[in-house]
Design a protein around this ligand. Sequence first.
Ligand SMILES: NC(=O)c1ccc[n+]([C@@H]2O[C@H](COP(=O)([O-])OP(=O)(O)OC[C@H]3O[C@@H](n4cnc5c(N)ncnc54)[C@H](O)[C@@H]3O)[C@@H](O)[C@H]2O)c1
Length: 274
Amino acid sequence: MEHDVAVVIGIGGMGQAIARRIGAGRQLLIADVNEAGLRSVAGQLEAEGYAVAVAVVDVSSRESVAALAKQAGSLGAVRSVVHTAGLSPVQASVAAVLAVDLLGVAMVLDEFAEVVAPGGAGVVISSMAGHFTAPPAPDVARQLATTPAAELLSLPAARADQFPDGGQAYGFAKRANQLRVQAASTAWGARGARINSISPGVIATPMGAAELAGDNGVVMRMMIDASNAKRLGTPADIAAATEFLLSPAAGFISGIDLLVDGGAVAAIQTGALG
Ligand SMILES: NC(=O)c1ccc[n+]([C@@H]2O[C@H](COP(=O)([O-])OP(=O)(O)OC[C@H]3O[C@@H](n4cnc5c(N)ncnc54)[C@H](O)[C@@H]3O)[C@@H](O)[C@H]2O)c1
C-alpha cells in the first residue's frame, strides 16, 4: 500500500509540535534550512517512534522548493502539507522577510499544488500581524493573490524599499499569505485537495521569544494582557488547529484564514488597549 505522507516545512517551535500531532503512523517528511537543527529534531522524532525523512530546503529558492515537492511525491501519497518556515522582523532584514515569508509561501503553494494527493490538505502558517495590516486596495490585493511567484517581489507594493522596517514588511507578507491561500484554493481544489492558513497570535517558540525580547515586546505583552486568553499561545494550540484543518471534519473549509490568537485581535480591534 502507498505510504500516507505528511510534510512539515520549517521545524522550529510550531513545526515540531505539528509533526508530533499529525505524524503518527504516517511517513513524515520534515524540511528546514537549518540542517543541524533538522537532523536533531529528526533524531528526537525517530526515537519517539515516528517514521521520518528529512530535506534541507531554502523556501526562498524555487529549485529547492521544487526538489522538496518532488521528494515528497516520491515517498507516497502527499496527504498533508504544513508550511511553518518563516523569519520574524527581529531575525532578518526587510529583503529576507519578503523573500522567505512572501515569496517562499507563494512557491510552496505552487509546487505542492502539483503533488498533493486527492483528499489531501495543506495549511500555511500566516500571522495575526496580517490582521493588523490594513487590507490592500482591491487591485493590489488581486495582484498579490495572482501574480506569478517569480514576479511577486517586483510588484510596486512588494518592493523592499516600500517598507520602513521589518515589522511592516512582515505584516504585509502575512496579509499577502492569506490572499495567496485564497487564490490557491481553486488550484488545489482541481486536485481534490484543500488549502487554508492559520494566523497565530504570540506563541511560545524561539521566534515568539525573540519578538518578546525585541523593541515591540512591551506592546506585545500589553496586547496579551488585554486579550481573552491573557497568556501566550503554545505550539500545541497551533498544532490542534492545524490538525482540525487537515482533517475530514474540515472537509468543507478551503481558502480561509483561521485566527488562533487567544482573542488578541478581537480585543485590539474593539479598543481594549485604548
Ligand atoms: N512564534 C510566534 O509568536 C508567531 C506568531 C505568529 C506567526 N508566526 C509564524 O509561525 C511560523 C512558525 O514560527 P515558529 O514560531 O515556529 O518559529 P521558529 O523560529 O521556531 O521556526 C521557524 C523555522 O523556519 C525555519 N526557516 C527560516 N527560514 C527558512 C528558509 N528560508 N527555508 C526553510 N526554513 C526556514 C527556521 O530555521 C526555523 O526552524 C512562521 O511563519 C512565523 O512567522 C509565529
